[in-house]
Design a protein around this ligand. Structure first.
Ligand code: 4HQ
Length: 245
């Protein structure tokens, strides 16, 4: 998969050089290129922003450098990108499902904004998607771009070593995760639940499933699709003394 990121802060993207994403790039599973928006300006001051028409506080990012950058990306890729993404609080919320959908495509372009915002013509004439990573305001689009790349990359085959862990993750089955323990069996008076030491794989599976169901019901009832619950799930929830209806 190819990812191109357009930004006025190319140096902000060192997190994509380490850990799983860094390794995926080294192995050629992900081809990520960072483009400096200022390289696509034509004036002496390499200006990327200007005062807003109509007045008001702050500056607005000019449209021309973004269009020129995406033209260069198209030329370099030799094809139309699958998604040209603008990050903003006005966008559709990034979800597990959206990340998985984007991972099934060949080429993402991410445009990072700054200042009060980006000229509306970038949205109209260039962006195919507007995505928000949550209901809060950030100072720039670099962190959202990295969040999107990280969430999408996990679905690219081979990026996460153990494919089973991607399928077992929170949200993959519409449920939050169960708890995890490792040695020692007792730490500062806190014990690992007996069942996990039992070697009884069926009992462990049931315990984990019940915990995921209970946690989801308690913390994120919005995630629970009642029709997706099996007979066993209903019994596990009943046994946990929680009612789903
Ligand atoms: N931004 N989810 C970039 C965000 C944001 C978000 C505010 C985007 C600032 C310049 N982006 N502008 N939340 O807060 O995606």
């Amino acid at each position: 998969m190819r990812v191109d990121i357009v930004t006025i802060f190319p140096e902000a993207f060192t997190p994509l050089e380490i850990s799983m994403i860094g390794r995926a790039r080294e192995r050629g599973l992900l081809q990520i290129t960072i483009w400096d928006l200022r390289d696509f300006t034509t004036d002496r001051h390499r200006q990327v922003d200007d005062a807003p028409y109509g007045g008001g506080a702050g500056m607005v990012m000019k449209p021309e450098p973004f269009f020129a950058a995406v033209d260069a990306i198209r030329a370099a890729a030799g094809a139309e990108p699958s998604h040209v993404i603008l990050t903003s609080p006005q966008g559709a919320r990034l979800t597990h499902a959206l990340a998985e959908e984007m991972a099934g495509t060949r080429h993402l372009v991410l445009l990072c904004g700054h200042y009060e915002g980006i000229d509306e013509r970038v949205r109209e004439g260039l962006a195919t998607d507007e995505i928000s990573i949550g209901d809060y305001v950030l100072t720039g689009g670099e962190l959202p771009a990295m969040v999107i790349v990280d969430a999408v990359a996990r679905f690219v085959p081979g990026v996460v070593g153990d494919a089973a862990s991607v399928e077992a993750d929170s949200f993959a089955q519409g449920l939050l995760d169960h708890s995890h323990y490792t040695r020692p069996p007792e730490f500062r008076g806190m014990k690992v639940p007996e069942v996990l030491l039992s070697g009884n794989h069926e009992a462990i599976r049931r315990w984990r499933r019940a915990q995921r169901l209970r946690r989801t019901l308690e913390r994120r009832p919005d995630l629970l699709k009642h029709e997706a619950l099996s007979e066993e799930d209903r019994r596990l929830l009943d046994a946990a003394d929680l009612d789903i209806d």
